[in-house]
Design a protein around this ligand. Structure first.
Ligand code: ATP
Length: 264
């Protein structure tokens, strides 16, 4: 895709979305404009019910907005036909969820291989099986779990399952990772190790990450936060020290934030 380096990697323009229950409209997103910069770790933060997951589903083209547009690398993706949306989801972005969404009957390695299996014909997959398996092993190694490759989800902890889900999301070498409450089901310490892994992938592998969270403390670890409330973006701020260099730590400035005037 053609784009200049200052084109936002992902952008929502004028997004509106309602659900209907007994013919009564429940407006969930009421005109959201947001642009995520390439190379950043951003957080979309807000209370339960504010519309974060709905927005993420639209950004991932898992659902369609009633109004508005989604752009990836300067190209519109919300209006693509099914194959184009599948391509976007399978090749350009990775997605991880709070409850990992691993297949319980498959091993860690097989789970990491599933996107490669799904996006190829049976013959295509078998032709490339060796190199795909090598890549899946490299991804498990990247998240520190190569030695657990034959383990099934029921034999792993929550943090390990999330690592497998992250490895799976990296199989297609995505430019962008969408993470819906990636630490939401984990204790503080395990959640911290997942946050550190996401930060490593962001800085070392140049992966842009958009992370959804209801937790302000987690949002403050992102480079930039977007706050949602009742289906609108109401605030945007930078966390200057979200990714401090380890040389000098100054506890008095640990929560410095730079606020900008408008939300989008
Ligand atoms: N399929 C659906 N049908 C009807 N209402 C829905 C549907 N999905 C979500 N909602 C409603 O839309 C609103 C926003 O939900 P959403 O999951 O986007 O919020 P959220 O900020 O991600 O919340 P949480 O942090 O609890 O996941 C909620 O009131 C929810 O009940």
């Amino acid at each position: 895709m053609n784009h200049s380096s200052d084109t936002p990697i992902l952008q929502a323009r004028g997004i509106r979305k309602s659900y209907y229950k007994n013919q009564i409209e429940l407006p969930v997103l009421r005109g959201v404009d947001v642009a995520f910069a390439r190379g950043e770790l951003s957080a979309l933060v807000g209370r339960s019910g504010s519309g974060k997951s709905t927005l993420m589903h639209l950004l991932a083209t898992l659902d369609q907005p009633d109004q508005g547009e989604v752009w990836f690398n300067g190209e519109r993706v919300d209006n693509l036909h099914r194959r184009g949306r599948d391509r976007y989801r399978n090749h350009e972005i990775g997605i991880i969820f709070q409850f990992y969404h691993l297949l319980p009957e498959l091993t860690a390695l097989e789970n990491v291989l599933t996107p490669a299996m799904i996006s190829r014909s049976v013959l295509g997959y078998f032709r490339q099986r060796k190199s795909l398996t090598a890549r899946a092993e490299a991804m498990l190694d990247r998240v520190g779990l190569l030695d657990r490759k034959t383990h099934k989800p029921c034999e792993m902890s929550g943090g390990e399952m999330q690592r497998v889900a992250i490895a799976r999301s990296l199989m297609s070498e995505p430019q962008l990772l969408l993470a819906d409450e990636p630490t939401g089901n984990l204790d503080t310490e395990t959640g911290e190790s997942i946050l550190q892994l996401l930060r490593q992938l962001n800085t070392e592998d140049d992966l842009t990450i958009v992370m959804i969270t209801h937790d302000d403390a987690i949002a403050e670890r992102a480079d930039r936060c977007y706050r949602m409330q009742d289906g609108l973006l109401v605030d945007r701020f930078e966390n200057e020290l979200a990714n401090p260099t380890p040389v000098a730590s100054n506890p008095t400035t640990a929560s410095q934030q730079t606020r900008t005037s408008s939300a989008a």
